[in-house]
Design a protein around this ligand. Structure first.
Ligand SMILES: Nc1ncnc2c1ncn2[C@@H]1O[C@H](COP(=O)(O)OP(=O)(O)OP(=O)(O)O)[C@@H](O)[C@H]1O
Ligand SMILES: [Mg+2]
Length: 454
């Protein structure tokens, strides 16, 4: 389809000759002798670009430009016989794409029009791309506790203060850290996250501070650590309660001096890093037990933020469900509605795995429910199939009763551990803590039962 170009000029000769040339170039020209008439045409007809004279009877071109820019999103090229630098500047500030002077060079006019159309096309494409991108994750909820959490985040985010984020598994601690970073002046660089529980004790220093070539067996290259990578940005020390005392001492020093040495290196490196930390442990108790340094705690705890349990804010569940359902819909899992009874059941559950457990459940429901509407029974079945698997099976007596004791036990252990692992996103340390079993023992059990991790 040819692109439509509206020429607004009070000189008939100009309108006619421009229209002729534009038609020759394959455009569809429209003409108007005044701004008022031009605006009327824009209201009526899909237009791609406007050529607008500055001097017009009635409403002048600059005023018309402002109105056009307010109401439509299309490039406007200003034309004038009496162009001064000032009007040109004014026009550009009001959003004109370009400013050309009379007498018009037709070649140049066509060139500028083509460029204007191209820029508009790119902008349109960019906008479409942006709109199709998933929105940044946000803290969903409208309960008083979540509103307070959001306020705390907004207050602390623009500062450089260390923040200690406390909360149970799956409450959204990492999401809080991300949100603080995003609302801070450091947001042009990504936040660097370190999971202190996932890194073996002997590697954590090199992970955080980097190492020099040859510092230890296997250090074949000099490597930057997370503190280096986070220079000018934010470092998120996740599960800080699981860090060894030795590493805690080093982290404390950085927080105090903003400098450190690489493992095996002697040069002191200065960095500008904001530290956010999170834990689900009670650090005061850990201090008493001698597992956590009091001085580090006070340093990190400049601003403590507590993320509430999901069970304390059941009123947020419908919002969270809507949020997750639309996330999964974007991933192509279809469109499902929840009945009010289904919501009630979700609101009565105790959610030991908090928001993560809810999110996993919604995902499972969207995949497993064949109908468009998710009913209370679907939720009940799904809730039963995670944490409740063994209990349910025991109650109904279906799957274990016919088995010999040894096999029944094996079956029970398998079901139970699978469910618990799933609840904890396959994280062995968390599962071990959750069920009160030694991590190494759990590992052996999983191996013995032939349970593989996702
Ligand atoms: N208020 C919320 N609104 C929307 N999504 C949330 C909210 N809270 C948590 N989530 C989602 O729940 C999941 C778990 O959150 P997150 O990983 O931040 O929890 P966590 O406290 O760090 O958990 P863990 O202690 O197990 O590491 C994520 O998918 C996160 O996006
Ligand atoms: Mg986390």
């Amino acid at each position: 389809m040819p692109e439509t170009i509206l020429i607004i000029d009070d000189e008939k000769a100009i309108r006619d000759s421009l229209a002729e040339i534009l038609a020759d170039e394959g455009f569809l020209p429209l003409t108007a002798a005044s701004a008022e008439e031009g605006l009327h045409i824009l209201d009526e007809q899909e237009t791609d670009l406007v050529l607008l004279d500055i001097w017009l009877p009635g409403m002048d071109g600059l005023e018309a430009l402002k109105l056009i820019k307010q109401r439509f999103s299309l490039p406007v090229i200003m034309i004038s016989g009496h162009g001064t630098i000032e009007t040109a500047v004014q026009a550009t500030q009001s959003g004109a794409f370009y400013f050309i002077e009379k007498p018009l060079s037709y070649d140049k006019t066509v060139l500028v029009i083509r460029r204007g159309l191209q820029v508009a096309r790119l902008e349109r494409e960019n906008r479409l791309l942006r709109e199709s991108e998933p929105p940044l994750p946000t803290i969903t909820g409208n309960s008083p506790v979540i509103r307070r959490l959001r306020q705390q985040i907004e207050r602390v985010a623009p500062t450089d203060a260390s923040v200690l984020i406390l909360g149970k598994h799956g409450t959204g601690k990492e999401l809080v850290a991300q949100t603080i970073h995003r609302l801070s002046a450091r947001n042009r660089q990504p936040m660097i996250a370190v999971n202190c529980a996932a890194i073996p004790e002997e590697l954590i220093e090199s992970e955080l501070f980097g190492h020099m070539k040859g510092a230890f067996t296997g250090a074949t290259e000099t490597k930057k650590g997370k503190f280096d990578q986070a220079d000018g940005s934010t470092l998120f020390l996740d599960e800080i309660g699981d860090m060894s005392l030795k590493s805690q001492a080093k982290v404390l020093r950085i927080l105090q001096e903003q400098q450190f040495e690489r493992v095996g290196g002697s040069r002191t490196i200065g960095v500008d890093v904001r530290v956010l930390a999170a834990t689900n442990k009670n650090l005061e108790e850990e201090i008493e037990r001698g597992h956590f340094r009091a001085d580090l705690f006070y340093r990190l705890n400049v601003i403590p933020i507590e993320v509430p349990d999901l069970v304390d804010r059941p009123e947020d569940i419908p919002l969270l469900v809507a949020d997750f359902a639309s996330q999964f819909r974007r991933k192509g899992m279809g469109d499902k509605q929840f009945t009010p009874e289904a919501f009630h059941l979700l609101q009565r559950h105790s959610w030991p795995g908090n928001v993560r457990e809810l999110r996993n459940l919604i995902e499972r429901l969207m995949i497993m429910t064949p109908s468009e509407v998710i009913q209370e029974e679907d939720v009940a079945t799904s809730l039963g199939s995670t944490s409740g698997v063994p209990q349910r099976a025991m109650q109904t007596g279906t799957s274990y009763q016919h088995l010999a004791y040894k096999n029944a036990r094996r079956q029970f252990e398998t079901d139970y551990l699978r469910a618990k692992l799933e609840e904890n996103d396959g994280n062995v340390s968390k599962t071990a803590e959750d069920i009160g079993m030694e991590r190494s023992h759990l590992h052996k059990k999983l191996k013995a039962l032939d349970i593989t991790l996702k």
